[in-house]
Design a protein around this ligand. Structure first.
Ligand code: P6P
Length: 333
């Protein structure tokens, strides 16, 4: 495969959609630069003693890891200057970030989790940056209101993630399929490696933290039992895989199929994952790749957040596997 860069792919392979404007391409360029900068910091983390926690707790009540904070600062610094945004929301920031007047403004809103899975960093396990790109509702001017950010996932202009693993990968969609690019450190470019990614109709892997079993409802236990017993397409039982890093678990699901689940439980009635910066962007990718994403009752992309850090149960992956979950929950309704 010839060396196709992200910019080339956007310009040549995406129908001239409104998002192929210079502003959007510029946004993606700075997002990629942020990803490369974060990747470099992560690979050196153990050597520069920036592993471990800062001793602070974020808006989610989670211990902030040093790399969390570094990744968050890199994203905010770089993206505030990209000229395409009017506002941002970071999983690490309690409030909406409005682009300051001294910087060029655009009509896009960026929502991101700067370093998802960071609790695994000390174990050198894959982590990732997840991003969602929204447009400011047409015609709105002046200070961005919070309500303008609380949009259903169907309104996303683009979504994706950067996975920091054995290879650093960028996987994203602008609504015309899902495309994967692998960083060639030699040239510092993401090159097309996975054109038009598709999730198999049914998979053979289920991914959930079974340690939450005692806190699950009867309906959720039936869902998990379904995958304990139902045959995979080859007739063999499903395998259980759980990294505990959402981007790693989702990327495996995108490549091999199957289902990733974070169900509601007695301690987390809305589940653990955030709608705007985790469930919604990954749901956009899953549907673009021929899969499904549900909160157990219906489409994640139709859920409207009531607050910036709204949480949402998530069942995402192969269409048949997610449908099986919805069927079981419907029987218990
Ligand atoms: P649990 C990491 O903290 C994270 O937000 C996701 O990356 C991951 O999928 C999930 O939480 C793991 O949560 O409760 O299974 O440890």
């Amino acid at each position: 495969m010839a060396d196709i860069t992200v910019t080339e792919y956007l310009l040549l392979h995406q129908k001239q959609s409104p998002h192929a404007t210079g502003q959007f391409t510029g946004l993606l360029y700075d997002l990629i630069l942020s990803g490369k900068t974060i990747a470099r910091r992560i690979t050196k983390a153990g050597l520069l003693d920036i592993l471990g926690g800062t001793g602070e707790v974020n808006v989610q009540g989670e211990d902030v890891q040093k790399l969390d904070e570094i990744a968050n600062r890199i994203m905010i610094y770089r993206m505030e200057r990209c000229g395409a945004l009017c506002a941002m929301s970071s999983e690490e920031e309690p409030e909406l970030i409005r682009v300051r007047p001294e910087f060029p403004h655009g009509d896009y809103i960026l929502v991101f989790d700067p370093l998802d899975g960071s609790s695994n960093i000390d174990a050198n396990i894959n982590v990732g940056t997840i991003f969602s790109i929204l447009r400011r509702p047409d015609g709105n001017r002046g200070e961005v209101a919070l309500e303008e950010v609380l949009q259903q996932g169907v309104r996303q202009v683009a979504a994706g993630y950067i996975l920091y693993g054995p290879a650093t990968m960028l996987v994203f969609s602008t609504g015309q399929g899902v495309h994967g690019f692998t960083l060639d450190p030699g040239v510092g470019e993401f090159l097309l490696s996975h054109p038009d990614m598709r999730i198999p109709q049914q998979g053979h892997v289920y991914s959930v933290n079974e340690g939450n079993w005692k806190n699950w409802s009867a309906a959720t236990r039936d869902v998990i039992d379904w995958f304990h017993n139902c045959p995979s397409p080859t007739g063999s039982p499903y395998s259980s895989r759980y990294v505990g890093s959402l981007v790693a678990d989702f990327h495996r699901t995108l490549i091999y199929g199957g289902i990733y689940m974070y169900p509601p439980d007695a301690k987390k009635p809305d589940g653990k994952l955030r709608l705007l910066c985790e469930a919604s962007p990954l749901a956009f990718l899953a549907e673009q790749a021929g899969g499904k994403a549900s909160d157990g009752m219906g489409r994640i992309l139709e859920r409207k957040p009531d607050k910036l850090h709204a949480r949402m149960p998530l069942f995402i992956g192969s269409a048949d596997d997610v449908t099986a979950v919805e069927t079981i929950y419907a029987k218990h309704a």
